[in-house]
Write a protein that binds this ligand. Structure first.
Ligand code: MG
Length: 205
C-alpha cells in the first residue's frame, strides 16, 4: 500500500496550514519569551504560500513536497525557513515512489537528520530536533504495526519532546543568548514541529 501519495501529502500540508493558523498566537507568544516574537507570523506566511500550491500541478508526492520545501525556504523568515525547507527537501528526496510504512520511515529519517545537520543541533539543545528526533524513534519502533500506529506513536513522542523543552537551557538559536534564563519556557520551534507530526498522523495515519 502506498502511504504517501500526492493526495495524502497535500492533505498533510493543508492540515499543517490550518494547525499553524490556529496556533499562530501561541507560537508568537512562546517566541516572545525566548526569541523575537515572530515564529507565528513567519510560519503563517510560509503555510499560506504552501496552501496556494495546487496538487494538480505536480506529477507525484516527491515533486510536490520538494516544491513545499523550496516555498518554505523562500517565505518563512528567520532560522525556521531553511530548517523547515531542509526537512521537506530531504524528505522528498528520500521518499520512494511507492512508499509503504518503511518508505515513510526512510523519508522521515532523512528529513529529521537534515534539520539536525542544517541547525547543527542535537537533542537537548532546545530546538525543533527535540520534537522531531523522538518522533522519528517512535515511528521506527512502531513501524511493524503499520503507518497509522507508527504515526500516532510519533505524534505522541513529538508532543512529549516538545514538553521536555520547557526545562532545557537553549544551546542553539536566538534563545541561547539568554543562557540559563531560557529554562522554564517551551521552545517555539519544537512546538511547531510537534504540530507538523500531529498533522502527518491525522492526514496520513
Ligand atoms: Mg523568531
Amino acid at each position: 500500500m502506498t502511504t504517501v501519495d500526492l493526495g495524502r501529502a497535500h492533505a498533510w500540508l493543508a492540515d499543517f496550514a490550518a494547525s499553524i493558523r490556529e496556533n499562530a498566537t501561541l507560537l508568537t507568544d512562546l517566541d516572545r519569551q525566548i526569541g523575537d516574537a515572530d515564529h507565528g507570523s513567519n510560519m503563517e506566511r510560509g503555510v499560506s504560500a504552501v496552501a496556494a500550491l495546487s496538487a494538480d500541478d505536480f506529477a507525484d508526492a516527491g515533486a510536490y513536497l520538494k516544491r513545499v520545501g523550496m516555498t518554505l525556504v523562500s517565505t518563512v523568515g528567520g532560522a525556521s525557513g531553511p530548517l523547515y525547507g531542509t526537512f521537506f527537501l530531504r524528505f522528498a528526496g528520500a521518499l520512494p515512489e511507492e512508499a509503504d510504512a518503511e518508505g515513510l520511515a526512510a523519508a522521515l529519517r532523512a528529513g529529521v537528520e537534515g534539520v539536525a545537520a542544517r541547525g547543527r543541533a542535537a537533542e537537548g539543545d532546545k530546538t525543533m530536533v527535540d520534537a522531531l528526533a523522538p518522533a522519528l524513534r517512535a515511528y521506527e519502533e512502531s513501524v511493524a504495526a503499520g503507518v497509522a500506529a507508527a504515526l500516532a506513536a510519533a505524534a505522541e513522542a513529538a508532543a512529549s519532546g516538545r514538553d521536555a523543552t520547557v526545562a532545557m537551557v537553549a544551546r542553539k538559536g536566538r534563545a541561547s543568548y539568554l543562557g540559563e534564563r531560557s529554562a522554564g519556557h517551551q521552545d517555539p520551534g519544537a512546538t511547531s514541529a510537534a504540530l507538523l507530526i500531529a498533522s502527518a498522523a491525522r492526514a496520513m495515519g
